[in-house]
Design a protein around this ligand. Structure first.
Ligand code: NAI
Ligand code: 15L
Length: 279
């Protein structure tokens, strides 16, 4: 995909949390088009293992985002934050509480303290995972989280709205569908987003003026979808890729029974993860 023109790199320093994760590592080479300097952060061990050979425009700063003082120091001198860091699957509540609930509180407090006015929050389709796959919803539909993980992303969206209404900090919450090199199963034929489409959406989320708090779905131009992505279209997002090119490969997989959660609910198997009883 062609890079946005250099003059669109309005931010001096962009902070990327979760830089050592799957999405963080994939998007890292593309961030040069979005800011002059990029600060890459993750937990110390993950950062050391996964984020090596920083380019001249990159710096690495380890941080546990559940530590308020550490997150505050991390955000100093940044103009915008792409927040990918946190627990990315359904897990016991105590883990979600630290990384995703406290982590998002610390994110917004750091943004307020340092005068950072634009955040892109990696929300998730699991905020609305309990809708059925034969229902079409938009980003303003009642939330139906499919687990503690979905609840934590829902909390993140509420923090984004609060910090816009109270402090004018603008956020795009991207309810990412499935951001992987290719769809892995039938469900992902609807939820998949390519890296190039995600990059294009990220650019719109960072640079479209006056977005307040806008919630969008992160999906490619897939043929059969469950999400009316009108609010992403309003940001100027036009997905170019489609899961359709993988259809034959996916449909060669054995079909699950129709009552299987993976083909019944939008959140798929997240709807049956847990409970997590204390050992
Ligand atoms: P990932 O699990 O590969 O990466 C998350 C990163 O956050 C990891 O590198 C991890 O070390 C870091 N992290 C966890 N706890 C932390 C803490 N306390 N302090 C600092 N860093 C911490 O997940 P992935 O796939 O890269 O996803 C990135 C973000 O996008 C996540 O927030 C996830 O919830 C969200 N998302 C991803 C989707 C996907 O399809 N990949 C779909 C929907 C949402
Ligand atoms: C997510 O929120 C997860 O972070 C990711 O690992 C996938 O499971 C994705 O949703 C999905 O729904 O496919």
């Amino acid at each position: 995909m062609s890079s946005p023109p250099a003059q669109s790199r309005l931010f001096n320093r962009l902070l990327l949390t979760g830089a050592a994760g799957g999405v963080g590592r994939a998007i890292r080479p593309l961030l040069t088009a979005h800011a002059q300097h990029v600060r890459l952060s993750d937990l110390p061990a993950a950062l050391a293992a996964q984020v090596t050979n920083p380019a001249p425009h990159e710096e690495t700063v380890p941080c546990d985002i559940s530590d308020r003082a550490a997150f505050d120091a991390l955000a100093a001198d940044c103009d915008a934050i792409v927040h990918l860091g946190g627990v990315s699957v359904e897990r016991p509540f105590e883990e979600i509480l630290e990384a995703n609930i406290k982590g998002v509180f610390n994110l917004y407090e750091a943004a307020r303290h340092h005068g950072i006015k634009r955040i892109v929050f990696a929300s998730s389709n699991h905020v609305t995972g309990f809708y059925r796959q034969d229902e079409i919803i938009d980003a303003h539909a009642l939330r139906r989280p499919d687990g503690y993980y979905g609840v934590s992303k829902s909390f993140g969206e509420d923090m984004a709205q609060l910090y816009f209404d109270r402090y004018g900090i603008e956020t795009a919450s991207i309810r990412i569908g499935s951001l992987f090199p290719e769809p892995a199963d039938r469900r992902m034929m609807a939820t998949w987003i390519s890296l190039n489409d995600f990059d294009a959406l990220l650019h719109r989320c960072l640079y479209t003026p006056d977005i307040g708090h806008t919630v969008v779905y992160g999906m490619s131009n897939n043929r059969k979808v469950w999400w009316d992505n009108r609010y992403a279209a309003r940001l100027g997002y036009t997905p170019r890729d489609t899961s359709e090119i993988y259809r034959d490969k996916i449909e060669s997989q054995p079909a699950p029974p129709p009552d299987d959660p993976s083909v019944r609910f939008q959140g798929g198997k997240f709807t049956i993860a847990g409970p997590f009883d204390p050992q």
